[in-house]
Design a protein around this ligand. Structure first.
Ligand SMILES: *Cc1c(COP(=O)(O)O)cnc(C)c1O
Length: 354
């Protein structure tokens, strides 16, 4: 395809790729040669360019740093067995990004900048897409308010950027999860459904306290009674109860609507499960566990894909699972990966060619 005239492209003279071993790379520590940058000024998007990855020069008064008008997305690119690059369901992330923008009183990013900009950036850096199992190129679009003004008000200028990070597996081992009853991630009317930076800053103390007790992450509960289950850290959660796959429903706006969540729901149906989105309490879960009907618990998200949960603790009640015996989550992961790595026909139309 031809570059849109709207976009300026400056390429690096020598790639940094030769200094990096794409095998066994940690999550989110290395960045590719190029990045996309665009500015929102006087009510329109301008200065759209792809250029060498480099630091930003910002005034210390930049509004996002003080008041957190900042949002992001997480997407992954893969190569099929012939080495052709594809991006997994980017249009869904594009729509969610603009929902987050709307909630945070930020301007929407037009489709040709977000989608076509991302496609061109990944095309330029396609050699950065690792090919071994559980590896991929993580795509991080983000936007922040950039007025050098410390009054509390929506900014008049914004920056939209995309950076790329080659990545290995996010969580490797099955996780131990602490059911959170003190801290809250999201309340109705808040920003839980948005991928807004402040959600993550607010979550870190709870996670740190769970870690001190020997847990990897928390399972968030509702703000009023701390009974209704929401999500695990930055992943959506699924429970296999009997022949049902149950995941918390979205209606209160306290849960991030994951693209992996939606993909998992479709594949679980294909696997013969009755997929149910409903409000579910910790008491419902304990009851199912006591009845011997709670078979599996797992998290879903772009970074981690599917994360197996080997222990859930609520007060003094501990639920333990032998994940080595599980059938569902490993099969789900296998099917999702087969689609993403282009090993089976893409019957859902999820893979966008680059
Ligand atoms: C990003 C995210 C998810 C997972 O969404 P995906 O689109 O599947 O990556 C779930 N919960 C939270 C809080 C998130 O930020």
């Amino acid at each position: 395809m031809v570059a849109t005239p709207l976009m300026n492209i400056t390429k690096v003279e020598t790639s940094k790729l030769k200094d990096l071993n794409l095998e066994n790379i940690p999550f989110g520590k290395f960045y590719s040669d190029h990045m996309l940058e665009a500015d929102y000024i006087d009510g329109e998007w301008t200065n759209v360019e792809i250029k060498p990855y480099q630091p930003l020069l910002l005034e210390p008064s930049v509004a996002a740093i003080h008041y957190g008008q900042a949002i992001f997305e997480g997407i992954k690119a893969y190569k099929d067995p012939n080495g052709n690059p594809f991006i997994f369901r980017p249009k869904d992330n594009f729509k969610r990004f603009n929902l987050s923008a709307q909630r945070m009183q930020m301007p929407e990013v037009p489709e040709e900048i977000f989608m076509e900009g991302m496609r061109q950036l990944v095309e330029i850096d396609k050699n950065w897409i690792p090919t071994q199992a559980d590896h991929s190129l993580y795509i991080r679009p983000f936007m922040f308010s950039s007025d050098p003004v410390i009054g509390v008000k929506p900014s008049e200028t914004y920056k939209f950027m995309i950076i790329l990070s080659p990545t290995g597996p996010y969580y490797t081992a099955p996780m131990r999860i602490y059911v959170e009853e003190k801290y809250t991630r999201a309340a109705p009317g808040g920003i839980g459904f948005a991928k807004a930076a402040g959600n993550y800053g607010a979550s870190m103390l709870a996670t740190a306290e769970a870690k001190k007790l020997g847990y990897d992450q928390v399972l968030w509960t509702d703000a009023f009674e701390h009974k209704y289950l929401q999500e695990i850290g930055t992943m959506n959660v699924f429970f296999i109860i009997g022949n049902k796959a149950v995941t918390p429903s979205l209606e209160e706006g306290t849960i991030l609507e994951g693209v992996t969540r939606d993909s998992a729901m479709q594949v679980l149906k294909e696997m013969g499960f009755e997929v149910v989105e409903q409000k579910i309490t910790i008491d419902d879960l304990i009851q199912a566990h006591k009845a011997g009907a709670l078979y599996e618990v797992f998290g879903t998200g772009t970074a981690a894909t599917i994360s197996l949960i080997k222990e859930l603790r609520y007060k003094d009640y501990v639920m333990q699972f032998d994940t080595a015996l599980w059938q569902t989550a490993p099969e789900l992961k296998k099917r999702l990966n087969a689609i993403r790595y282009g090993q089976v026909p893409d019957q859902y139309g999820w893979m966008m060619p680059v």
